[in-house]
Design a protein around this ligand. Structure first.
Ligand code: PRX
Length: 653
């Protein structure tokens, strides 16, 4: 992500942060060294941060060896995630707000739910699930919008030992059907409709359409009333939650779960051909989610923490629900989008609810940057003390804007690198310990052993650029792929035997800081030179006219691969041949002659998943002028962008 020029800016840890944060530089060094030197001892100690019904003895029992891949943490221990996220806090913080929910439009208002209320509601939910035949080990599919019921349903599953499989509401009925089938769910939880940016999401109708394709598979659909709109209810199969909840008992003790019992499955989004059901388990996952949440965001009592991710993705699981609630935090959930009813919505919510820790995605930052500083500056944001970024590389220009405009130059930014498969954050600055470099995820979290390898698997020392692997296990790691352990081993442990392959490229600088260079699958080889698409994108976005860019390779007669750039301008009407030429020479000037872009296509939008990830597979196909295998486009956040891209493509065979 970072060219030499772009990484020279360093923001040292502010004095008050070094003094006040849980982890300062010395502490980081000491704890990190201890976690690598003796992981058993380190994680034995830190495993105690959650409550265990029965203690563990073995801490770590893991192997990345081909043919013998097996990942187990705290295996004799028993616990319950819902107990840890709720019951454990009741004595001390029963009346503290656990969740603040903010509705789509300001007139939808907000709701605060205390830990005591959460306890009562989740027990009801657990009994409702049981009334529908859900038992320990069953997989329940959740197709829920950003409403508190999503949190309740997740915790209720955890309480009775059921496994949830959340599907983002952006997934259309086809993808939903395949995920229900792959998970083997008999029970689906949904809402009549969802609300998002003023639009109605027809969720129950989508479930109906999905189930039409799966006759006899699902025996019960539990429907939460969000809007109260009339929806079709199939007699005997479909039930409104509020009607079921009137008939079930109030109390539901938590099930005693083994550390390695599955907690949830998450199918990874549409950037791969066939969705993979990543399985996360109970004990190690919770330890890791809670610990990273506390230290990365420096969560202290009294903080109001807000993560804008969708609940249907891993970030929503680990950093809206499980990490924060395991820490007894107050976590805000927002139903809507940053631009509705206007582009100041985030800042309005921050001021209203006194948000102090704010965690969002570069895609949101870039879109808000496009709307100018005024929309931010007219709100005070005085409560903010830390900003976070997740999901994709953040280019230095957006980083600087986030820092200077949103954070008024006083809030550290934690650029957190991780994946669905990793369960929690693996590489990140810690705000009291790490000097910040725009665009750099910087240092490994405790217990994480990153290595950079070349294509042949040689470990590269010192300053290096290559593929990112993780040499040993950490407690939050995904354990397998649902019903497909062979593929788990093949995808992640075969390319570099004995190591977890992230499929990301990374660069380590002289300070030992890691910068992500994008998915390795996105690296282009131009005339024998490896070029990270993220790097070209960062250079483009650094140009004053550019708001967003995505770069892919396409077959080129002479160079092997050519560079094809999709560019979104700050002002659409500025598109011209002159600007095209200027951008090409700008990047060439910034990065060197191998970075000569061959094609610049001006675009109005990019194909993205709901989590904001650009689907490069589709952009690559358009650049190649090949539409025979666009693949699954059902998870596109906005399908209309596709047409415009295709109509304006520059390579026509
Ligand atoms: O390429 C990396 C990118 O997102 C991928 C993981 O996506 P997903 O499983 O959907 O999880 C998203 C939430 C963690 C990674 O392989 N990625 C994520 N965070 C960053 C990032 N790339 C660069 N910098 C990040 N901070």
């Amino acid at each position: 992500m970072n060219g030499k020029k772009q990484t020279t800016v360093v923001y040292p840890v502010p004095k008050e942060w070094a003094e006040r944060a849980f982890i300062n530089a010395q502490r980081y060094e000491a704890m990190y060294a201890a976690s690598i030197a003796n992981p058993e001892e380190f994680w034995r100690e830190h495993g105690k941060r959650i409550h265990w019904f029965k203690p563990y003895n073995t801490v770590k029992n893991t192997s990345f060896e081909p043919g013998k891949v097996s990942i187990k943490w705290y295996e004799e221990g028993t616990t319950n995630v819902s107990y840890n996220c709720i019951d454990r806090h009741l004595a001390e913080r029963g009346d503290q707000v656990a969740t603040i929910w903010v509705g789509d439009h300001p007139k939808d208002g907000a709701r605060s739910i205390t830990y005591r209320e959460l306890h009562a509601i989740v027990m009801k939910w657990a009994n409702v699930l049981k009334s529908q035949g859900v038992r320990k080990g069953d997989v329940v599919t959740l197709y829920l919008p950003m409403i508190p019921e999503a949190t309740y349903a997740m915790l209720a599953c955890a309480r009775i030992g059921a496994v949830h499989s959340a599907v983002s509401t952006i997934c259309a009925s086809n993808s939903l059907a395949s995920r229900i089938a792959d998970a083997g769910s008999k029970v689906v939880v949904t809402a009549d409709q969802g609300l998002r940016g003023g639009h109605k999401l027809e969720l129950k109708a989508a479930v109906d359409a999905a189930l039409d394709k799966l006759p006899g598979v699902v025996t019960s659909v539990i429907v939460v009333k969000r809007t109260g709109a009339p929806v079709g209810m199939l007699k005997g199969r479909d039930h409104y939650y509020n009607e079921l909840s009137d008939t079930v008992p109030e109390q539901c003790p938590p099930e005693e779960m083994k550390a390695e019992d599955p907690l949830f499955i998450l199918f990874t989004s549409g950037s791969t051909a066939k969705p993979k059901g990543v399985v996360h388990t109970t004990g190690g996952y919770l330890v890791y989610a809670a610990m990273t949440h506390q230290y990365v965001f420096d969560y202290h009592d009294g903080d109001i923490y807000w993560c804008t991710a969708d609940i249907g993705w891993i970030t929503g699981h680990s950093y809206i629900v499980y990490g924060p609630l395991a820490n007894g935090a107050t976590t805000l959930m927002f139903e809507g989008v940053p631009t509705y009813p206007n582009v100041s919505r985030y800042w309005d919510i921050i001021d209203k609810h006194k948000v102090s820790l704010f965690y969002t995605a570069p895609t949101a930052i870039r879109s808000l940057m496009r709307s100018g500083e005024g929309a931010v500056k007219s709100y005070s944001r005085a409560s903010l003390r830390l900003l976070g970024s997740v999901g994709e590389p953040i280019d230095p220009k957006s980083w600087e804007w986030y820092h200077r405009v949103v954070g008024d130059g006083r809030c550290p930014i934690v650029d957190t690198w991780w994946q669905t498969e990793t369960g929690g954050i693996l590489i990140t600055p810690l705000p009291g310990a790490t000097d910040l470099k725009p665009g750099s995820a910087s240092k490994p979290f405790f217990g994480v052993k990153p290595e950079i390898v070349d294509a042949a698997g040689n470990v590269l020392d010192g300053v290096a650029d290559g593929n990112l692997v993780i040499a040993d296990s950490w407690p939050g790691q995904g354990r397998t792929l649902y019903r497909d352990p062979e593929r788990f081993e093949q995808e992640y442990f075969s390319p570099y035997p004995g190591k977890y392959f992230t499929r990301d490229g990374a660069r380590r600088d002289a300070d030992g800081d890691y910068s992500m260079t994008g998915r390795v699958d996105d690296v282009i080889n131009v005339s024998g030179h490896r070029i990270g698409t993220a790097e070209v994108e960062a250079a483009l976005v650094a140009h004053a006219s550019v708001s967003e860019a995505a770069v892919v390779g396409y077959p080129h007669e002479i160079k092997g691969q050519g560079i094809y750039a999709y560019v979104i301008l700050i002002e659409d009407d500025a598109a011209s041949d002159d600007l095209r030429k200027e951008l090409v020479s700008w990047v060439r000037r910034e990065k060197g002659p191998t970075f000569t872009i061959d094609k610049v296509q001006f675009a109005l939008g990019l194909p993205k998943t709901s989590s904001g990830k650009i689907i490069r597979r589709i952009l690559g196909k358009i650049a190649e002028d090949d539409f025979t295998a666009l693949g699954d486009t059902s998870t596109l956040a906005d399908p209309s962008v596709l047409e415009h891209l295709i109509d304006n493509r520059l390579n026509r065979n």
